[in-house]
Design a protein. Structure first.
Length: 269
């Protein structure tokens, strides 16, 4: 597991956006279109929430400057509130359209999000897993981390081999997300559709953003302690290509030796 430690949230956002853009460009160069055949798409997994907003702004800027194109990118979002339609102001589909998809050169047919109003939520989850497989699997999954170390809506105690499913949200998660619902945790849906830990781990690369003092305790558990289903992001210790990009505030509870080690690794040519 690679841990990139930067000074602040803005640097974290910029680093992540440049990394994603480079990966998309590399894929386009490696899998160019041939006569009568389109180029292989780059399949990107995406999160919602406050943390990735800076990365999305940077990607929008890079796209506007013609430094990256999303014309041949296929996306799968991590989760959606159960009971919210895609036009609901707080649905994650709406969030992605407003904060990212409407501002880049994406073919909207390549956008995949879970349907919070699906009549059969179990079938919806199975179909989502199948759609990911049909797309060739996710090349890079971008994610964030909750203050309790959860990944997507895989709350503490989630199976580390879990797949896309319905998940009941903890009180802590609903309190954290209440800022999007007028500050009232009771207005936050109690359940959500979410990709599983196993779904994310299937991606060929996982890139997780961590920012702020409130994430420091969880980051310590994820980086310095063992694999534990009570800190679901600790699963990254078993991934062959996992990167955590964090700011200095988020490292506040890491050992000095740990911080020194990861900083030294990044400085080496």
């Amino acid at each position: 597991m690679r841990v990139v430690i930067l000074d602040n949230y803005e640097e974290v956002s910029r680093w992540a956006a440049l990394h994603i853009a480079e990966r998309i460009r590399e894929s386009a160069a490696r899998e160019p279109a041939a006569r009568g055949r389109r180029a292989k798409p780059f399949v990107l997994g995406l999160p919602t929430g406050s943390t990735p907003l800076g990365t999305y702004r940077e990607l929008i800027r890079l796209c506007g400057e013609k430094k990256v194109s999303f014309e041949n990118v296929v996306t799968f979002n991590m989760d959606e509130y159960l009971g919210l339609g895609e036009d609901h102001p707080q649905s994650y589909r709406r969030f992605m359209m407003d904060n990212f998809f409407n501002h880049v050169d994406m073919d909207k047919k390549n956008i995949h999000t879970l349907n919070g109003l699906a009549q059969d939520s179990g079938a919806e989850c199975l179909a989502y897993e199948e759609a990911i497989r049909a797309a060739g699997g996710i090349e890079l999954f971008l994610g964030g981390m909750g203050s309790d170390g959860h990944l997507a809506f895989n709350e503490p105690g989630s199976s580390l081999s879990s797949r896309t499913r319905v998940k009941t949200l903890t009180g802590e998660t609903r309190i954290a997300n209440a800022r999007f619902f007028g500050g009232d945790p009771q207005r936050v849906p109690a359940t959500a559709l979410t990709v599983g830990v196993g779904t994310v781990m299937d991606a060929r690369e996982v890139l997780v953003l961590v920012s702020g003092y409130q994430k420091a305790r969880a980051l310590r558990a994820v980086v310095e302690e063992g694999i534990n289903h009570m800190w679901t992001l600790s699963c990254l210790q078993m991934h062959q290509c996992a990167i955590i990009v964090c700011d200095r505030e988020a490292t506040d509870e890491l050992k000095v030796r740990t911080v020194r080690y990861f900083r030294d690794i990044e400085r080496r040519p």
